[in-house]
Design a protein around this ligand. Structure first.
Ligand code: NDP
Ligand code: GDR
Length: 373
């Protein structure tokens, strides 16, 4: 019989790719989903199975990381071989607006799961993956960042994830739980949440190309990140739990670009040439050439990006660059998609969606409005 996995955050970007991976490997996959007033399963609808079927291998449970008893009940029922704790309030900027909730979910939620493993005496059978993050490094002390680089988080999100990181280490040391922190650098995909910077750019530019939005409003476009593809990164999550010993690993590409670079690639995918001008909050990006018909609503001279103070954070993480040498050596893991390739894939998918929305709009049907983020 295949293994049984429990994924928190299964409706998120990583949860959906990880569920696909585990199902393909023959796992029975259980996921915890939050009750919402509207459907929140669009990333996993394609793998949903009839729960009444005897051979169903994909099973959802209502639950929330703020609810200890509910989590403990689900663990007792499922008796998982592996738990992947991907659930989180994962938006850094939002964590400044909702610091207490972020700590409840991201810090204490992790503790609740570890404590449930201990309480139910599952430590000999259940392995635990914690979605740690490069946001732990925050104000970076050395470059590139590795498993031994000191932490200095710069947001309530980062601070909460630091608590979770150490809870994981502590339960490993104190109770022998097979618990691993995956210190993952930014990873993206066409399923990325719409308010994270890469998706905001590809979605916004696709909407501009199709005449559904006028301009993209951005924050700190000089921030530097190490971006990889989510599909590659969930493979690393699984690999960590297949080792003989529980350890923590940095997962990154080892290559760094700016948000500005990402905007340039995304516009180039649309056949647009742009020039940045102005400084600080007055900086803009203007179209200087249109070389294809992928952006039928864009003209030379259009201003397609402006800076908006609203998208700056009270404390910024200016630069992140990971060193994935340990993962390469011990897990045999390597990324397969570069950041420019990732951008091209996201741009293509968002352009298809925008074209569809433009068609609906032209026929007076409902079109989703641009999102803030
Ligand atoms: P998403 O924001 O796409 O997904 C987050 C998931 O957590 C969603 O399924 C969400 O449910 C769920 N969730 C939120 N709050 C709760 C709660 N109170 N109880 C239960 N579930 C909850 O994140 P990603 O898939 O991008 O990231 C996965 C994990 O990895 C997160 O923990 C994130 O912090 C971490 N991480 C992500 C990185 C990245 O670059 N993507 C890098 C490093 C770490 P719903 O769909 O209902 O909102
Ligand atoms: P991050 O991702 O904060 O690194 O956290 P995000 O894509 O939100 O920001 C990356 C960088 O871009 C800058 N930026 C903007 N960001 C957003 N969202 N919107 C904007 O308009 C904008 N303009 C500039 C940001 O200031 C930042 O420097 C992500 C999340 O997935 C976390 O859960 C995860 O832990 C880390 O990556 C690793």
């Amino acid at each position: 019989m295949g293994k049984r996995a429990l994924i928190t955050g299964i409706t998120g970007q990583d949860g959906s790719y990880l569920a696909e991976l585990l199902l393909a490997k023959g796992y029975e996959v259980h996921g915890i989903k939050r009750r919402a007033s509207s459907f929140n399963t669009n990333r996993i609808d394609h793998i949903y199975e009839n729960p009444q079927a005897d051979d169903a291998r994909f099973i959802l449970h209502y639950g929330d990381l703020t609810d200890s008893l509910g989590l403990t009940r689900i663990l007792a029922e499922v008796q998982p071989d592996e738990i992947y704790n991907l659930g989180a309030q994962s938006h850094v900027a939002v964590s400044f607006e909702a610091p207490e909730y972020t700590a409840e979910v991201d810090a204490l939620g992790t503790l609740r799961l570890l404590e449930a493993i201990r309480f139910l005496k599952l430590q000999d059978m259940t392995r635990f993956y914690q979605a740690a993050t490069s946001e732990l490094y925050g104000l970076v002390r050395e470059t590139p960042q590795s498993e031994t680089t000191p932490f200095h988080p710069r947001s309530p999100y980062g601070v909460a994830k630091l608590h979770a990181y150490w809870s994981c280490v502590n339960y490993r040391e104190a109770y022998g739980i097979f618990a691993c922190n995956g210190i993952l650098f930014n990873h993206e995909s066409p399923r990325r949440g719409e308010t994270f910077v890469t998706r905001k750019i590809t979605r916004g530019l696709a909407n501009i190309a199709m005449g559904l939005q006028d301009c993209l409003y951005m924050g700190n476009i000089d921030a530097l990140r190490d971006w990889g593809h989510a599909r590659d990164y969930v493979r690393a999550q699984w690999l960590m739990l297949q080792q003989d010993q529980p350890e923590d690993y940095v997962i990154a590409t080892g290559v760094q670009y700016s948000v500005r670079d990402f905007i340039r690639w995304a516009t180039a995918e649309l056949g647009l040439k742009i020039a940045f001008s102005g400084v600080g909050l007055d900086e803009i990006a203007k179209v200087t050439a249109v070389n294809s018909d992928r952006a039928p609503h864009v003209r030379v001279g259009d201003v397609i990006m402006r800076i908006d103070q609203r998208y700056f954070r009270p404390a910024e993480v200016e630069t992140l660059l990971g060193n994935p040498a340990k993962a390469r050596a011990r897990l045999g893991w390597a990324p397969t998609v570069t950041a420019p390739e990732l951008c091209a894939e996201m741009m293509t998918e968002d352009l298809k969606t925008a074209q569809r929305h433009a068609l609906l709009h032209a026929h007076g049907l409902n079109t989703p409005v641009p999102v803030e983020g």
